[in-house]
Design a protein around this ligand. Structure first.
Ligand code: NAD
Length: 306
């Protein structure tokens, strides 16, 4: 297979001064893209700021013969990042929403600030950058956008109510962006990474930590952003050199009314609970229209059973 390259493409990677974002930036640059290395350079909990994180990665890319500029804005000012790409390279093709912080506390100890800061960086930041890049991508009939979710969002995790809520919200955002962009070849997918970084150094056991290089995930993200990749609105988990698609499943369920005149009682719910929760014949839906279609089918079935 020929190398999959990104020559002529302009890529913005948020939070690219460290961890996963840094490896994404290095990979895109090594494959011919011009990269905006965005990083606020703050602490793990969203405190402080510094230009060093982004500058170091830009320096590394340039040393390797690539093209990159630094951007020190917070993703909360998303439009400024897009302006950096336009001012320096005249276009924006690929946006990797990766910047992130943690403010872990159990539910009752979370302050409004813990909640708001995490939501601002992860969710509002991704919204702001995407909203600013979107019309440009649509106009040029090409765009690839990545949102970064987490297994904490998909499954929950003790002490991460703020983070898991924001990370799950990003999946809804990505799916809608993918739907709104599809006609103009602007696709949006979600990466669910697990990698060794400062965010996970005290969470993952040391023997696992060493096996989870961000470099194993970067190629998955890069492929999702290539012209040749037609994936859209999907959630892809990746870690340690493995990748797999994640999707929601719904049970076949149970009809709780036997005719159109019939009501639903608490007892009928109780009597049917095993069928409602039986995942043996669970299925997936590709679009909201399919869910509505299944609902209408159920209602039609009730009418004919009259
Ligand atoms: P990291 O801390 O190494 O990198 C995150 C970077 O984002 C930092 O360099 C930080 O300065 C930057 N950043 C923070 N707030 C910013 C802001 N407002 N504007 C711009 N930059 C900002 O962490 P990482 O592990 O590489 O995480 C990258 C992304 O992956 C995050 O969204 C994280 O939630 C997600 N994630 C990581 C893992 C993992 O296992 N490492 C698992 C699930 C999800």
């Amino acid at each position: 297979m020929a190398d999959l390259r990104f020559d002529g493409k302009v890529v913005i990677v948020t939070g690219a001064g460290a961890g996963l974002g840094r490896t994404y930036a290095l990979l895109f640059a090594s494959r011919g893209a011009k990269v905006v290395v965005n990083d606020l350079g703050g602490g793990r909990h969203g405190d402080g700021s510094s230009s060093k994180a982004a500058d170091d990665v830009v320096e590394e890319i340039r040393r390797n013969g690539g093209t990159a500029v630094a951007d020190y804005n917070s993703v909360i000012d998303g439009e400024k990042l897009i302006k950096t790409a336009l001012d320096n390279f005249g276009r924006v093709d690929i946006l990797i929403n990766n910047a992130g912080i943690l403010r872990d506390k159990s539910l009752v100890k979370l302050t409004d600030q813990d909640w708001d800061l995490v939501h601002q960086v992860h969710l509002k930041g991704s919204f702001k950058t995407t909203q600013a890049a979107f019309p440009i991508m649509k106009k040029q009939n090409f765009g690839r956008i990545i949102m970064t979710s987490s297994n904490s969002g998909l499954y929950g995790n003790f002490g991460q109510a703020n983070y898991s809520a924001a990370k799950m919200a990003l999946i809804g955002l990505a799916k809608t962006v993918g739907i709104e962009g599809a006609r103009n070849n602007v696709y949006c997918n979600v990466i669910v990474p697990t990698a060794a970084s400062r965010l996970t150094e005290d969470i993952l056991p040391p023997e696992v930590f060493n096996e989870l290089k961000p470099e194993f995930i970067a190629p998955v993200v890069a492929y999702l952003c290539h012209d040749s990749c037609q994936e859209n609105g999907s959630v892809v988990e990746s870690a340690g050199g493995w990748a797999g698609k994640v999707t929601l499943v719904r049970s076949n369920g149970a009809l709780l009314r036997s005719s159109i005149q019939d009501g639903v009682t608490v007892e009928k719910v109780a009597q049917n609970w095993d069928r409602i929760t039986d995942m043996d014949k669970a299925g997936t839906f590709g679009a909201i229209q399919e869910v509505t279609g299944a609902l209408i089918e159920n209602l039609e079935g009730l009418k004919t059973s009259d």
